[in-house]
Design a protein around this ligand. Structure first.
Ligand SMILES: NC(=O)c1ccc[n+]([C@@H]2O[C@H](COP(=O)([O-])OP(=O)(O)OC[C@H]3O[C@@H](n4cnc5c(N)ncnc54)[C@H](O)[C@@H]3O)[C@@H](O)[C@H]2O)c1
Length: 482
C-alpha cells in the first residue's frame, strides 16, 4: 500500500489530503502537524476549519485510510510520498522584510525529513514557495541523505477557500513539476498515478520544477490583478456617475475577458494574494527586473488604496468624524463561506475606524470573537505562523464588541459597514435594522450585496462601492487632495 504523509494540517493540507484519501481507498494518508490543538480538532466532531462539504469527505474516510497525528517523525519516516504544506509567511525582519517568503517552517520540515528518513522518498512542495525553493530543499535533503534518494516535486495547490471541496473534486488542472531526469520523471509518474484516481489525465499537467513554482505565483498575481483593475474602475465610476456592476457586466461579456473576478469590493484578502505578489515582487527585484516588480507592486497598492478609500468614505460621510459613534461591522471573514480571516479587508477597515475613535460591533456567522480579537491585536504579517507561535501586541482593541446577531450589532449604531458578502446579509430585514439605528442611518456596502434603491426608500444614506453616489455622500469627497 502506498503511504502518504502530509506535514501541515491547515487549510490546504487538511482538505487536500482528505480528498486524496476519499478518492484513493488503496492509499494510506496521514496528516501531521506540530499543533496538537489542530490535530485534536481534526480528530473531533468540530473540524478546525469551516469549508462546505469538508465534513462529509473527512467522515467518509477518517479511521479507514485517513489519519491525523502529531507524531510527525514516525509518519514521515514511514511514508513513500511526503507532502509539505506548512506556513510560508512574509518575512518581517532582515533581508527582504515585508516581501520575501520566510522559509523557516519549510526548512525545518526539510531537515526533519532528512533526519528521520530511512527509505527513498518523494517530497512534494504543496505550500506556495518562491521559485527555486525546490533547489534549496534538494540541497538540504541531499547533504544529509545517508545514501537515501529524495526526489522533489512541485505540486502547487489551486483550491479556493469556500469552494475547496468542489475545487479538489474537479480541479481545472493539477500541476506537477519535477526534474527532467529519469528519476524525476518516475517521481512525476508516481504522483500522477495518485491524482489519476479521479482527475482526467488531460487535466494533469507536468512541467519542469521552476515553471510549476512560478505558475502558482503567476496565477495568484493575475487573479488579484483583475480585482485591483475593477476596484480601480470603481473609484472612477464613483467620480463619473457610472455603475461599476454595469461596467463589469459589459466587460465580462467579452469572451476574451470572461465574467469571473470582476466584482468591485472593499479589497481582496485571504492568506495568499498579497503574500504571493510581494514574493513575486521580491523575486523580480532580486533578478534586477525593477519595472516588472513595480508593475506587480501596484496591484497591492491599489488594494490598500481601496481599503483606505472605504474608511475615508465612512468618516467623511458621517460629518468627518466617527469618534464615539457605534459602527456595526457585518462580516469579518475575507470572503463568504469560510471562517478564514487572514488578511481580510475587515482588519484594515476596523483599524481605520478605531483610529478615528469609533466603537465597533462586529458580527460574522463563522468567525469567533476570540479570532477577531486576535486579528485586531496582531501586527501585520504575524498571522502566518503556527498559532501557538503568533506574537500578540497587548493593545487588544477595547472599543470592539463581537456579537452573534446582525440585529444586535446594528442596534443603536450610527452606521453599518458590510465587509463580507455572506448571503444572509442580502436577506436581512433592513426596515428592522433602520428602526433600531441612530438617525441619519448610514450603510456602507463594501461588497455590493444590498439593493441600493430599496434601502434608500427605507431612509438609509447608502454608499455602495463603485455605484452612483447618494447625494449626501457626493457632497463629501472621500479623497480630498493631500
Ligand atoms: N489557504 C489557501 O487557500 C491556500 C491555497 C493554495 C496554497 N496555499 C499555500 O499553502 C501553504 C499552507 O497554507 P495553509 O493555508 O494550509 O496554512 P495553515 O497555516 O492553515 O497551515 C499550515 C500548518 O503547518 C503547520 N506547521 C508549520 N510548521 C510545521 C512543521 N515543521 N511540522 C509540522 N507542522 C508544521 C502549522 O502548525 C499549521 O497548522 C502556504 O504556503 C500557502 O501559501 C494556501
Amino acid at each position: 500500500m502506498v503511504k502518504i504523509c502530509c506535514i501541515g494540517a491547515g487549510y490546504v493540507g487538511g482538505p487536500t489530503m482528505a480528498m486524496i484519501a476519499f478518492k484513493c481507498p488503496d492509499i494510506e494518508v496521514v496528516v501531521v502537524d506540530i499543533s496538537v490543538a489542530r490535530i485534536n480538532a481534526w480528530n473531533s466532531d468540530r473540524l478546525p476549519i469551516f469549508e462546505p462539504g469538508l465534513e462529509d469527505v473527512v467522515k467518509g474516510c477518517r479511521g479507514r485510510n485517513l489519519f491525523f497525528s502529531y507524531d510527525v517523525e514516525k509518519h514521515v519516516a514511514a511514508a513513500d510520498i511526503v507532502f509539505v504544506s506548512v506556513n510560508t509567511p512574509t518575512k518581517t525582519r532582515g533581508l527582504g522584510a515585508g516581501k520575501a517568503a520566510d522559509l523557516t517552517y519549510w526548512e525545518s520540515a526539510a531537515r526533519m525529513i532528512a533526519d528521520v528518513s530511512k527509505s527513498d522518498k518523494i517530497v512534494v512542495e504543496k505550500s506556495t514557495v518562491p521559485v527555486k525553493t525546490a533547489e534549496a530543499i534538494e540541497k538540504i535533503l541531499t547533504h544529509n541523505n545517508k545514501g537515501i534518494n529524495f526526489q522533489i516535486l512541485s505540486n502547487p495547490e489551486f483550491l479556493a477557500e469556500g469552494t475547496a471541496i468542489e475545487d479538489l473534486a474537479k480541479p481545472d488542472r493539477v500541476l506537477i513539476g519535477g526534474r527532467e531526469t529519469p528519476e524525476g520523471q518516475k517521481a512525476i509518474e508516481a504522483l500522477k498515478a495518485v491524482y489519476a484516481h479521479w482527475v482526467p489525465e488531460e487535466n494533469i499537467i507536468t512541467m519542469n520544477l521552476w515553471s510549476a513554482e512560478l505558475s502558482k505565483l503567476a496565477a495568484n498575481a493575475i487573479l488579484a490583478q483583475r480585482i485591483s483593475s475593477i476596484n480601480a474602475m470603481s473609484a472612477l465610476c464613483e467620480a463619473t456617475g457610472a455603475d461599476v456592476s454595469e461596467v463589469a457586466y459589459a466587460v465580462g461579456k467579452d469572451s476574451r475577458i470572461g465574467p469571473k473576478f470582476l466584482n468591485a469590493s472593499v479589497g481582496f484578502g485571504g492568506s495568499c494574494f498579497q503574500k504571493d505578489i510581494l514574493n513575486l515582487v521580491y523575486i523580480c527585484e532580486c533578478n534586477g527586473l525593477t519595472e516588472v516588480a513595480n508593475y506587480w507592486k501596484q496591484v497591492v497598492q491599489i488594494n490598500d488604496y481601496q481599503k483606505s478609500r472605504f474608511v475615508k468614505r465612512v468618516v467623511s460621510s458621517m460629518f468627518n468624524t466617527v469618534s464615539g459613534k457605534k459602527i456595526a461591522i457585518l462580516g469579518f471573514a475575507f470572503k463568504k463561506d469560510t471562517g478564514d480571516t487572514r488578511e481580510t479587508a475587515a482588519i484594515d477597515v476596523c483599524h481605520g475606524l478605531l483610529g478615528d475613535n469609533a466603537k465597533i460591533s462586529i458580527y460574522d456567522p463563522q468567525v469567533t470573537a476570540d479570532q477577531i480579537m486576535r486579528d485586531l491585536a496582531m501586527n501585520k504579517f504575524d498571522w502566518d505562523h503556527p498559532q501557538h507561535l503568533q506574537p500578540m501586541s497587548p493593545t487588544a482593541a477595547k472599543k470592539v464588541d463581537v456579537v452573534w446577531d446582525a440585529y444586535e450589532a446594528t442596534k443603536n449604531a450610527h452606521g453599518v459597514c458590510i465587509l463580507t458578502e455572506w448571503d444572509e446579509f442580502k436577506k436581512l430585514d433592513y426596515k428592522k435594522v433602520y428602526d433600531g439605528m441612530q438617525k441619519p442611518a448610514f450603510i456602507f456596502d463594501g461588497r455590493n450585496v444590498i439593493n441600493v434603491e430599496e434601502l434608500r426608500k427605507i431612509g438609509f444614506i447608502v454608499y455602495s462601492v463603485g455605484k452612483p453616489l447618494d447625494p449626501w455622500v457626493k457632497d463629501l469627497p472621500a479623497a480630498p487632495p493631500s
